[in-house]
Write a protein that binds this ligand. Structure first.
Ligand SMILES: Cc1ncc(COP(=O)(O)O)c(C=O)c1O
Length: 464
């Protein structure tokens, strides 16, 4: 089974790609396209057929698919293919990030999505906070370059560090990008958990770094494997999500936390702690790695978007020593500072009584949703194994039966009216088995979650 919207979306990307190339340039092979866009061979061949019909590409049996002669002159369009020569080979692949941001059309149940659903976002409280923030005398002026002092103090309170250790930054993704480039030299290796957040893999690659996978189990990364990877690669940084890991939901236990710090210190390397889900806890969240790290090994990133709304793009980066100077300098050079009205809004909100109330409501609702989704999966699709139930975060990580193709199932599921995330993009190298990531955060309510699972069950039967 195949999904028309996947075909159309791949055709759109390939059309854009072909438009920027000289006539006669060979398009990537079907196999490359299948891997790059994580779609089935059927989708690739249908998308290419569409472009052949449009006259964008031509196929030459036995030798491949090529960009067709331009119809530019006839259509009056300018030929901008010269830009490819100017731009060279370098690519920025946004796939790992874009996947999570594309809205799911009406009628499809979203078991994808990494933010709170509309109904759980503190929209009214944020509106009030932003109105108050915008009226402050200095609201539209430049903030201190490291961020508003009170907001720095608030982020410091999450970690037990001092306000001087905090740089206010523009959200988790931007902070990861900043920290990676500040810490790792261009072309260098960076150790990452496998599986991990595709946006991290995309950022590392876009920065010209090589993400090197270190396998995780149900308790997160194994310090012995981490030490071995440091020794083998000479890497000077490891990116870790010790708390409510995306996608597995795992929490690194205390002995492993100590082991990770030890391995990094022995290697003279940094740990970049992506603490993205701290406020999405269903109980108590453990202290972050950075708490008690006097040596400055850990660069800690905490973002406000996950517990509020995607556009409250404010985060705090805790770093101590020369790395702090490097990161601050990099942010100044790159973007000066996050917009002051947004910093003021964040500060208004997190220091208001609405914040703890909001967190309590989020915690209770996420627990309810997690339980409903897990129960529905056990009832309707018991063949998807859930190694564990997370105690925070937004996702279930399910292992598919051996031999099932996660990308093909994702397409089939879409055609059955449910959007799911295939496991493959979460692995920086070949996945050890097929997995799915199922989000319980984006669906409208728990009935929608159950309906999504029913549709997934039908898709699974159709895939066998
Ligand atoms: C593990 C992880 N880190 C960082 C981010 C970036 O989030 P934001 O830039 O919205 O703070 C995400 C978003 O999905 C994530 O899943």
């Amino acid at each position: 089974m195949n999904n028309d919207s996947s075909v159309a979306s791949l055709a759109t990307r390939l059309r854009a790609e072909a438009t920027g190339l000289r006539a006669g340039t060979r398009m990537p092979s079907s196999r490359t396209l299948t891997e790059r866009y994580r779609v089935s061979p059927v989708t690739v061949s249908r998308a290419l057929a569409l472009l052949v019909a449009e006259g964008v590409v031509v196929t030459r049996p036995g030798s491949g698919t090529f960009v067709a002669e331009r119809r530019a002159a006839a259509s009056g369009e300018a030929d901008r293919s010269w830009q490819n020569t100017a731009l060279g080979e370098r690519r920025v692949d946004p796939e790992g990030v874009a996947l999570g941001l594309i809205p799911v059309p009406d009628g499809i149940v979203p078991l994808v999505g990494g933010y709170l659903p509309e109904g759980l976002r503190p929209t009214r409280a944020l509106a009030a906070a932003s109105a108050r923030a915008a009226r402050r005398p200095q609201a539209w002026g430049a903030p201190p370059p490291e961020g508003l002092p009170e907001l720095r103090a608030w982020f410091a309170g999450l970690t037990g560090c001092t306000p001087e250790d905090v740089l206010v930054s523009g959200g988790g993704q931007s902070s990861l990008w900043l920290a990676l480039r500040a810490v790792v030299a261009p072309g260098g290796p960076v150790l990452v958990e496998s599986p991990t957040y595709p946006g991290l893999i995309a950022a590392a690659r876009a920065a010209g770094l090589t993400p090197v996978p270190v396998p995780v189990d149900g308790d997160g990364v194994r310090p012995d494997l981490l030490a071995e990877a440091f020794a083998r690669t000479g890497a000077r940084a490891f990116v870790c999500q010790p708390t409510f890991h995306n996608p597995t939901g795992s929490v690194l236990p205390p002995d492993r936390r100590a082991g990770v710090l030890k391995a990094a210190r022995q290697a003279g390397a940094f740990v970049i702690e992506d603490d993205f889900a701290r406020h999405l806890s269903m109980g108590a969240a453990p202290a972050p790695l950075v708490a008690g790290d006097a040596a400055g090994t850990v660069v800690h990133i905490a973002s406000l978007t996950k517990a509020t709304a995607p556009s409250l793009r404010i985060s705090g980066i805790v770093a101590r020593g020369p790395v702090a100077e490097r990161i601050r300098a990099a942010q100044l050079v790159e973007s000066f500072f996050p917009a002051r009205p947004l910093q003021e809004t964040a500060l208004e909100f997190v220091s208001s009584p609405s914040w703890p109330r909001h967190l309590r409501a989020v915690s209770a609702e996420l627990r309810r949703r997690r339980d409903v989704l897990a129960a529905a999966l056990a009832e309707h699709v018991p063949e998807i194994q859930l190694p564990s139930l997370p105690s925070g975060g937004l996702y279930l990580w399910g292992r598919l039966p051996e031999g099932l193709d996660d990308a093909a199932l994702t397409e089939t599921a879409r055609a059955h009216g449910v959007a799911i995330a295939p496991g493959r993009p979460y692995f920086p190298a070949e996945p050890p088995a097929p997995y799915l990531r199922l989000s319980y955060s984006a669906a409208a309510d728990t009935d929608a979650l159950v309906e999504g699972v029913r549709r997934l069950s039908a898709a699974l039967r159709a895939s066998r």
